[in-house]
Design a protein around this ligand. Structure first.
Ligand SMILES: [Zn+2]
Ligand SMILES: [Zn+2]
Length: 117
């Protein structure tokens, strides 16, 4: 691997200011950086958002379920999201917010030509 590839693959260290940014979804006072354009596809990039640990996990579960729909798979992510939908109800603000965020991320990746799920 050449040096430029190593740099591209390295994750930017989260700053204290980043970590003290409230969750975009539920306003929890500490958060993690999430890459809307997947790090695995594009490395460090400008398309990020701040989510608390719980919302971040639910985001990735939901994104996995949407990929599963596309690929005709079913994984434990489907069962976890189904559980949340049952416990919270389909109109829970976290589910609605994260659905919109996953959809937005898919659209940005689509515009960047990262078509494959
Ligand atoms: Zn949150
Ligand atoms: Zn993430």
């Amino acid at each position: 691997m050449v040096q430029s590839e190593l740099v591209k693959k390295r994750r930017k260290q989260a700053s204290l200011a980043n970590r003290l940014t409230p969750c975009e979804c539920c306003k929890h006072p500490i958060s993690q950086r999430h890459h809307l354009v997947r790090f695995a596809k594009r490395g460090e990039n400008e398309y990020t958002t701040q989510l608390c640990a719980n919302c971040h996990e639910v985001y990735h579960i939901m994104a996995q379920v949407y990929r599963n729909w596309y690929n005709g798979n079913e994984t434990s992510a489907n069962h976890i999201l189904g559980h949340l939908q049952q416990v919270w109800g389909m109109k829970h603000s976290t589910l609605i917010f994260l659905h919109e965020l996953v959809t937005k991320a898919q659209s940005i990746e689509g515009n960047l030509g990262i078509a494959e799920l």
